[in-house]
Design a protein around this ligand. Structure first.
Ligand code: GLV
Ligand code: MN
Ligand code: MN
Length: 412
């Protein structure tokens, strides 16, 4: 059977996406399946069952990363991999991450339908805690796999209640025995919804992802003084929330002043004691900065440090300022990028080259294996939102491109 004649089953892919979306379904049609919760376990269990039914062998590593392998003719060749994540944001959608995992499974199922033998094994990977919502930073388990973080660092990441990834992996039964990383991968591909508006605006079905922008994440704690909201004169206050609010304004300004490409967000804040008639004594918040140009990202970093110091000083606040994560801009492997482009051409799909605004596990795996990514449009470019949506035909097209890119790399 010639590779050209093989097509994935779009209906089966869609049905699997909808089945997975029942786990942690939210009222507004999205998903809440935070990393290493009981719901994440249910999603993992379903994926593992599907892979076993498709004849794959399963391995789980010490970070809970799952690898489902379809054997190739030559077991000595490193696998060609497709992977992404099953965890979601608290008000996440049905496609972010899940699509890349289930597109990989659909490739395996399609190869089975055609009894198609590859030289290299084909593997589908589920990376733990890509989102970085429950445990910061994002992409932490693919980061350990790629040697960016050590295992102790990964396992000791804690959520806001102090529960660590190591404890939670044990609790849900996904603390595997495999060492993390250190094994060759022939090529790695991640299919994903774009999570932005470019493909839709340009009326293209496939984004050939050439790289991803850099990111810096910060945690800032401002400490002032709790006091009564009535008797305490305005001039004597050390209001930590006023300091945080001013810094949030500057975060936004720094983003706006570094257009067209900068992104700057404060998405997490905890106010203490969070009582309406107590002047806030302490505020903890997180800043997310992104830019495709590392020099501009450094400039944004320097400016954030300077304005935060100044604002804390002016109000008389103590400040604990920590950059907790730096992920430099990424350029994907030229051969993998070319394989994605060729796959889109072969499928007759309109495509364009694109830089990812979001972080992806592929960004870290790219450090240890040739990697590429495939984007498909999502409705209105909306993601990290329960309304996230994508067209079945676009998801199928992206999966066909994934199939062809993987097959191009799966032969000796
Ligand atoms: C991961 O979803 C990110 O923040 O880009
Ligand atoms: Mn994702
Ligand atoms: Mn995401």
């Amino acid at each position: 059977m010639s590779v050209k004649n093989i097509n994935i089953n779009g209906q089966r892919l869609w049905d699997s996406l909808m089945e997975m979306a029942k786990i942690g379904a939210t009222e507004k049609g999205g998903n809440c399946r935070l990393a290493l919760t009981d719901l994440d376990k249910q999603g993992r269990d379903l994926f593992v069952r599907w892979c076993e039914e498709a004849g794959c062998s399963i391995k789980v590593d010490k970070m809970g990363n799952i690898f489902a392998r379809r054997a190739g003719r030559n077991p000595d060749l490193p696998p060609v991999m497709a992977g992404s994540h099953l965890d979601t944001q608290p008000t996440g959608g049905k496609f972010d991450g899940v699509y890349g995992v289930l597109a990989g499974l659909e490739v395996v199922r399609t190869l089975n339908d055609h009894s198609y033998e590859t030289d290299a094994p084909v593997e589908v990977a589920v990376w733990t805690n890509e989102e970085g919502s429950r445990f910061a930073p994002a992409m932490v388990a693919s980061g350990v796999f790629a040697g960016v973080f050590d295992l102790d660092y990964g396992l000791s990441r804690a959520d806001l209640d102090g529960k660590t990834m190591g404890e939670e992996l044990e609790r849900i039964g996904y603390a595997g025995s495999e060492e993390v990383g250190g094994r060759p991968i022939r090529a790695n591909f991640e299919a994903h919804i774009e999570q932005g508006p470019i493909l839709e605006d340009e009326e293209k079905t496939i984004g050939v992802v050439t790289g991803a922008q850099g990111q810096r994440w910060y945690e800032i704690t401002l400490t002032g003084m709790e006091a009564h909201a009535g008797p305490t004169p305005m001039r004597t206050r050390k209001d930590a929330l006023v300091g945080a609010a001013r810094i949030v304004g500057d975060v936004n300004r720094i983003g706006l002043e570094n257009q067209p490409n900068a992104c700057a967000t404060v998405g997490l804040m905890q106010v203490s004691p969070n009582s309406r008639n107590v002047i806030p004594g302490q505020v903890f918040f997180a800043v997310d900065f992104r830019h495709p140009d590392d020099e501009i990202l450094s400039k944004m970093d320097a400016e954030l440090r300077a304005v935060s110091e100044r604002i804390a000083g002016e109000i008389g606040l103590e400040m604990d300022f920590e950059q907790i994560w730096y992920s430099p801009p990424v350029n994907f492997d030229p051969d993998c990028v070319a394989a994605v482009r060729a796959g889109a051409e072969e499928a007759g799909m309109p495509h364009l080259d694109i830089v990812s605004g979001a972080g992806h596990d592929a960004c870290y795996i790219n450090r240890v294996a040739p990697t590429g990514m495939i984007f498909v449009p999502c409705e209105g470019g909306i993601s990290h939102n329960e309304a996230e949506n994508a067209k079945p035909e676009d998801l199928a097209a992206g999966c066909n491109v994934l199939l062809h890119a993987m097959l191009e790399r799966a032969h000796a």
